[in-house]
Design a binder for this molecule. Structure first.
Ligand code: ADP
Length: 562
């Protein structure tokens, strides 16, 4: 029987680390006790050690199932360097190499064997597994088993079967960075985890400054260029939603004198590798990329990650933003967004037809789940509460409530509330734009009422652009041709800027007063709370952010903190 002290010694002997990080020790302990487990930790938090250390101490073989074939060789080389016998079997090897790797593992000359999930179906591998003592099966990126998630890999569905086919059931340890309840439940069910120990940990990244900026699309490139120029010595990643955007922004940066490259799946492999190498070796300062960039990239001194659009989920955002500041030094994660990002994201979701393993009903259910994930992301953009706390709450990690400042709900109640402002003593992380900002509320009840009336007047038959035009009293040909100038609410808000009307309308949609349909021609309908807008007590506000504290400690990026 091995105990946790042996594990501590193995950690020092093989990896040279003095102590486990929070969460690691309990997972190692569970595995050594033969208990199944599920470790939920972000990328870079140290999941691998949770199964590598037990692997060195357990009798038989540890099989690691990983979808990342391209990283297996590096992982195995790293283990061998540390003095742990390891090997891999995958499609990059010829038959002889595969045979050799399996023979070594069967003879006990490897403690750890990496395979891709597709391998579990191969007859030769099944045969090998029947005759080899397997103590531990570690499933990396375990969320790929779930059709609710965004990275579903059909081959993961075979893992449960594979485990059941083994003569002696090994301990099964699953690891993921994905936080949603549905996906976690799916992992437990699909892999057949038996009363697993579940640990959620390591999501807090106190050295990252989180920043949310609402900005019209036409100003976004300029903002990024200015930021890059101001932080001329720093490495940064800018994530864009489309290939076209990455190229246009890389162009703008280059013209302004910033050394920048674009990176997306449409480029040929050689150019992509070159761009990645130049960035990792500090030959290029900024990489402007789609979400194709980043998997397995180990660059510790990324000082900023800017999102040019709102991502599809908090998971995706945290994964990408988390590539900043791996060295533990201050780094900044800025998210630029506006209402049209939401419309684009919703439209993309509508167009996604799922995969052919799902029935129409299941596809609709998965889509509804993805909509929910998107709404949590929208909530991050809109909240006035601490951004660190918002994410930690979402990931389900225990948070120190005393240090959490006001909750978003509390903050939303007041007027002109300084949320977690350091000078007010109300707590907060002091390391996100919300905790360093003040929010003033503007009474827009009349605007909201007029919007609601207009939706009624046009019989819920138009989109938000037309509603704004009608309320502004536009003389557009299309509007006049349709006779919309005879609508009772025509011109009712002729003194209110169009951007304000759209802002209020979109907020009403996310608050449930309105509902914007999600087809190709989105229309404004009434939402479940629509009736409240005609009540004499109806009161509606929007928030304006004031950012007086640009000289805050890390606010201006690393340069102002050193
Ligand atoms: P993940 O699999 O969660 O993405 P890794 O296992 O690759 O993360 O670990 C990320 C980095 O953290 C690695 O360089 C690893 O060696 C290091 N690390 C893991 N555990 C510890 C620890 N207890 N002490 C110090 N460094 C650690």
């Amino acid at each position: 029987m091995v105990d946790i002290q042996d594990a501590g010694q193995a950690l020092k002997r093989y990896f040279g680390y003095e102590s486990f990080r929070p969460g690691q020790e309990d997972l190692v302990k569970a595995i050594l006790n033969g208990q199944d487990c599920l470790g939920v930790m972000p990328t870079g938090a140290g999941k691998s050690i949770c199964y590598q250390i037990p692997a060195t101490l357990l009798d038989g073989l540890t099989i690691v199932i990983s979808p990342l074939v391209s990283l297996m060789k590096d992982q195995v080389d790293g283990l061998e360097d540390a003095g742990i016998q390891a090997s891999f079997v995958n499609s990059t090897q010829d038959m002889d190499e595969q045979f050799l790797a399996l023979a070594q593992a069967a003879q006990g000359r490897s403690k750890i064997l990496y395979v891709a999930p597709e391998r579990l179906d191969a007859p030769r591998f099944r045969e090998f597994a029947q005759h080899t003592k397997i103590s531990l099966l570690a499933v990396d990126e375990a969320h790929c088993v779930s059709q609710w998630g965004q990275d579903f890999r059909p081959a993961y569905l075979g893992i449960g079967d594979f485990i059941r086919s083994l003569p002696d059931r090994p301990t099964v340890a699953a690891f993921t960075a994905t936080a949603t309840e549905k996906v976690r439940r799916d992992i437990v069910y699909m892999l057949g985890l038996d009363d697993p120990y579940v640990a959620v940990t390591g999501f807090d990244r106190p050295n990252l400054f989180f920043d949310v900026i609402k900005l019209e699309s036409k100003y976004k490139n300029r903002w990024v260029v200015q930021y890059a120029l101001k932080h001329g010595d720093d490495s940064g990643i800018v994530y864009c939603a489309t290939r076209k955007e990455t190229e246009a922004l890389a162009d703008d940066l280059t013209k302004a004198g910033v050394s920048a490259v674009s990176y997306h799946a449409g480029m040929d492999a050689q150019d992509r590798e070159q761009a990645q190498r130049d960035f990792v070796n500090d030959k290029v300062q900024v990489v402007v990329a789609t979400n194709a960039f980043g998997m397995g990239i180990d660059k510790s001194n990324v000082r900023y990650v800017i999102h040019h659009n709102m991502p599809e989920s908090i998971e995706a955002y945290y994964q990408e933003a988390g590539r900043a500041g791996r060295d533990g030094e201050p780094a900044r994660c800025s998210l630029l967004w506006n209402e049209s990002d939401i419309v684009t994201r919703r439209r993309l979701l509508d167009m996604d037809n799922g995969n052919d393993r799902l029935t129409g009903e299941q596809t609709e259910a998965v889509r509804a789940e993805h909509r929910r994930l998107l709404n949590v992301m929208i909530g991050y953009c809109r909240t006035t509460g601490c951004l660190h706390q918002y994410m930690l709450r979402y990931f389900g990690e225990e948070v120190d409530q005393a240090a959490a400042g006001l909750s978003p709900a509390e903050a939303d109640k007041g007027k002109s509330v300084p949320v977690g402002h350091p000078d007010t003593g109300s707590g907060g992380c002091q390391n996100c734009s919300n905790c360093l900002s003040t929010f003033t509320t503007i009474d827009v009840s009349d605007v909201a009422r007029a919007i609601s009336r207009c939706v009624h007047d046009v019989n819920q038959g138009f989109g938000s652009g037309k509603i704004a035009q009608i309320l502004r009293g536009s003389r557009s040909q299309d509007l006049l041709r349709r006779g919309l100038d005879r609508c009772p609410s025509y011109g009712a808000l002729d003194q209110v800027p169009e951007a304000r009307i759209r802002d209020v309308l979109n907020q009403m949609a996310s608050d449930g007063y309105l509902y914007i349909t999600e087809g190709r021609l989105p229309m404004v309908h009434f939402g479940p709370k629509a009736a409240q807008t005609v009540s004499p007590d109806f009161h509606y506000e929007i928030k304006r952010t004031e950012r007086p504290r640009a000289s805050g400690k890390v606010y201006g990026g690393r340069s102002s903190s050193t």
